[in-house]
Design a binder for this molecule. Sequence first.
Ligand code: HXC
Length: 258
Amino acid sequence: MAYENILVETHEKVGVIQLNRPKALNALNDQLMDELGDALLKFDSDDNIGCIVITGSEKAFAAGADIGAMANYTFMDVYKSGYITRNWEQIRQVRKPVIAAVAGYALGGGCELAMMCDFIIAADTAKFGQPEVKLGTMPGAGGTQRLPRAVSKSKAMDLCLTARMMDAAEAERAGLVSRIVAADKLIEEAMRAAKTIASMSLPVIMMIKESVNRAYETTLAEGIQYERRLFHSTFATEDQKEGMAAFIEKRLPSFRNN
Ligand code: HXC
């Protein structure tokens, strides 16, 4: 697939996807989301990639779903075809970690896309919001579900009902983002985190991602049990033997993703 709305690069073991519709503040149309899904699944099945970064521009991670593209849809258009949201769930199939590096606006579907990633590193310029209510609609790609889990019901209600934006500092206080950095250090910081992750044992990294995600899907008792099984599974890997031997021998581990 030739990409017209995203730029894709590889840096060592990190796959980087940059949303690239600058004239529309990276508004997310079906074509862009198809391309994003395609690029993500390619990186996910590439043995040389250990972590993926999704980023936007200085001004916008993404200012939401493309309003012009959906303005005239009828219920039957969107219900029957699944337009606007049909290709959004591909990101959830990705088993390797995905970091969102967010500068500028992450609004509506842009905020939802960032929340679908495994964690968010924000520039101090980042602004998050779910302003769909101003358009006479509502979040449709997980905003009303992931935001309350990330920032509490009260703040999620506030953001979704009033359409106000939350700056990076508030987003970090609320737990939506894992770290804030100066805007000109965003990519450097995201790449550092991604390279660190990519230097670990990939199967173990995948198990950790699976296990943390389980915390959202099940009871604590079942989640603990699930984690216990995966923890025990790590002892079936060569990388666990290597990691522990390296510690004992006071050297750096050399993981082989086995
Ligand atoms: C289409 C968009 C867009 C969007 C911006 N643009 N956001 N086009 N869809 N979501 C376009 C503008 O029309 C404009 O094009 C250009 O990008 C620059 O935007 P400006 O508004 O001129 O920039 P600025 O004044 O800096 O304001 C930035 C902004 C504002 C505050 C982010 O653009 C804005 O409020 N955008 C809409 C945000 C929003 O409502 N998002 C939710 C969408 S609904 P021209 O051609 O005029 O230069 C949604 C539902 C998700 O996401 C459902 C699940 C998938």
